[in-house]
Design a protein around this ligand. Sequence first.
Ligand code: PAF
Length: 290
Amino acid sequence: MQKLTTIAEVRRRVGAWREVDERVALVPTMGNLHEGHLALVRRALASGARVLVSVFVNPTQFGPNEDFGAYPRTLEADAAKLTAVGTDVLFAPPEEEIYPTGREGCTYVEVPGLSDLLCGASRPGHFRGVATVVTKLFNIVQPDLAAFGEKDYQQLVVIRRLVKELSMPVEVIGVPTEREADGLAMSSRNGYLSAEERRRAPLLYQTLQATAGGIREGGADFATLEREGLKRLAEGGFEPEYLAIRRAEDLAVPAADARRLVVLTAARLGSTRLIDNVQVERAEPQFGQV
Ligand code: PAF
C-alpha cells in the first residue's frame, strides 16, 4: 500500500490509474479504524476499483465543545489494517493540505434543511463541515464511487443530496452497519465507554429494534412509538437526544402509510454520545387489507 500526504501525489497516482482505465473508489474516514471501516474498504474493493482510503480528522465538523483534540489518532495501526485488507493507497494529509487558507472564513458547502434536523439540531455546523470536507476529497480524488457507512445515516442522506444537487459524477454506496456480538454498532467512540456503560450500551440497538417491530406490527402511531423508545432509553440510563421515525429517502416526517422508513436515535451514555439507526421496509398492503 502506498502512503500519500499531498494532493499532488494523489492526483499523479489517480491519473496513472485513469491512463489504464482503472476505476477509482474513495473511502473517506477519520481513522481509528475498526471492522466497520474495513467493511467499507472491502465493499469498495469488491467493486473492482482501485481503492484509496483517506484518514483525516476533519476539524470543521467538530463543535467547540466536542472531542476534536481527544479524537483517537492511530495512523500506524490504521495503515497496518488497511494493508491487510488490500487497500491501494492511504491518503493522510496534514490540515494545511485540506484547508490551505485556514479554516476561518474559508469556502464552505452547505446542504440546508437536511443539515439542521436530528443530529444537526444539537451539532450546528457539523454537516456543513462534513459536506465541505467530502466535497474537497471528491475534488482531490475524483472517484467513480465512494463508500460511506449506514451507521451515520443522516450523513449518508446529506452526501447523497450534495452529490445530486452539485451534479457530482460519483456513485455513493451505503454500506450496512457492522455490529458487535451484542448488537452495539461499531464506532470509534465506543472506546470512550466505561465497563459499566459498555454493558448498558446494547440497549440502544434493542430499543431501535423494538420500535421497528412496533412499526411492522402497525399497532401504535409513530408518535407513541417514539415516546416509548425514549422512555425505554431513559430508564436504561441513557440521556436520549432524539428517537425519531423518518422517511428513509429524505428524513422527512413520514405519512402513516409510508413504506420505507428509518428509526434514528442519538443518546448520551455518561459523556459519550452514541448514534444508531434501523431501516424498516413495510410490505404493500394485501388486497382486502386496509
Ligand atoms: O464518517 C466519517 O468518518 C466522517 O464524517 C467523514 C465522512 C470521513 C468526513 O470527515
